[in-house]
Design a protein around this ligand. Sequence first.
Ligand code: HPA
Length: 277
Amino acid sequence: MDASLRNRIDAAVQSIRGFTGAAPELGIVLGSGLGFLADEVGQAVEIPYGAIGGFPQSTAPGHAGRLIVGSLFGRTAALMQGRFHLYEGHSPANVALPIYVLAALGMRELVVTNAAGGLNGDFDAGDVMMITDHMNFTGSNPLIGPNEESMGPRFPDMSRAYAPDLARRAHEAARRASVDLRAGIYAAVAGPALETSAERRFFRMAGADAIGMSTVHEVIAAAHLGIPVLGLSAITNKATGGPDQQPDTIEEVLENAGIAGAKIGRILAALFQKAGA
Ligand code: HPA
């Protein structure tokens, strides 16, 4: 992280402060097709990314590109409706930048969601997978460059990148919400081309259960900052690379993201809802 990035974080915080004085404790990144949770935010202040100084702009389908600050599950929350991807041409540091901005606003816990292909043959489209760990196959890392010591250590520990305590509570919440929650390892690639069938079989052999084009840079930033993360993948397509592999379409991905996304909403409500809220 270089000095200009530090300045951009400060500029973004200043822009957001012009819209709201709220200090969101909970940060949620909404993946492709998962934006609906934004409708449930009370006293919502919607801030288009274009109005946030220092923020990159989102171009991916299914990503509206705004920050929504308000009350969700009785907590003060900031939702990113739309995120930044390497495949759009954003640098790894840009992809991670909003996480530093949310941390500067007061975030104590981060929920990352995404759409992912199911490498694990036991998974069906429409399932939800809790991310227990990840493999970064993007070939990049947002922390390359000088380290900003005020943000975190040069060599952040990644051995518990997804907080075990949050994961345990999310499993219990899923049970209360009657959602069948899968668990597994998320592999990230840069995209935008989907993986070949040979690549998918390779990632499966390497131990991954789901594959997508996001999330890992944000989680690395959160680890750098020492912020606990819960990761949930919407399994949007079967991606085993086996003889029965079907061609993938964005329509299928977005449709199944909607199905899995509704389940993710129920899990998060059961997890974070404060009594009486
Ligand atoms: N591969 C990569 N990213 C994805 C997929 C996939 O199969 N499905 C949704 N996002």
